[in-house]
Design a protein around this ligand. Sequence first.
Ligand SMILES: NS(=O)(=O)c1c(F)c(F)c(S(=O)(=O)CCO)c(N[C@H]2CCCc3ccccc32)c1F
Ligand SMILES: [Zn+2]
Length: 263
Amino acid sequence: AAKWTYSGPEGEHHWPKHYPYCGGAFQSPIDIRSELLRFDPTLRPIEVQNYNLSPNEQLTLGNNGHSVQISLPSKMHISSLPHRYTAAQLHFHWGSSNQPTGSEHTVNSKQYAAEMHVVHYNSDKYPNMSMAVDKSDGLAVLGVLIEVGEFNPAFEQFLRFVNGIKYRDQRVQISGFNIRALLPARLDEYYRYDGSLTTPPCYPSVLWTVFRNHVTISRKQFLSLATALYSSHAQDSSPVPLNGNYRKLQLAESRVVLVSFKE
Ligand SMILES: NS(=O)(=O)c1c(F)c(F)c(S(=O)(=O)CCO)c(N[C@H]2CCCc3ccccc32)c1F
Ligand SMILES: [Zn+2]
């Protein structure tokens, strides 16, 4: 696959050349602005199943050159949507050490330090991610906004291993832990809209759920995320730091953002 980056000659302004959907409609992320919001009383609390993984299970923590990701077991799924959406992986977007503003979604133009995405595919209709990734009802991504503040023990369960995956395509096995603890306490308050993958190929296939409430990680935890990783391979002579891996805001156009809560 053609390589793409977040800056330079393969940066996001060039993505549509190789990935036409990136220049198309229904793109993500967007600024979640008050004018776009519409309260929807039919939006039920998000219900996740089997997120509390046993420490006897093994997860793969990897640096894929674009983000740090954790591959997730297929027993994890969202049960409160019209179809079952099975978990595939989670990953992060962040700024840089001196720029704690790297979330993809913004809320009334406020950009958070980072953002976590838990990627799921419609397993009622498609056998795997690859078959679901380009279908309009294929994916559901849970978005969690992250601020720098209180230390977060749940994040420590994988952050303490990032120095083992400093370079592109490095992977380590980590013990299972409670993935639910990475989410905010309230899963009943969220923004909902139809959007896309925020990386190439930018398929408009994502039902986005961005939780209203952010989570916090400590400054030290943020710095380990923002300074430990490289997008280049270990043997590359000039290492390229992996940071600022967030797509710029896309036009909401005529899209409405549904909200599950009243002010
Ligand atoms: N922000 S986002 O749109 O949610 C988002 C990312 F930003 C992101 F970097 C990734 S990636 O880490 O795989 C890097 C390259 O796509 C994904 N992967 C998804 C979509 C691509 C195919 C696939 C296959 C198996 C598991 C996950 C995924 C992604 F969905
Ligand atoms: Zn993402």
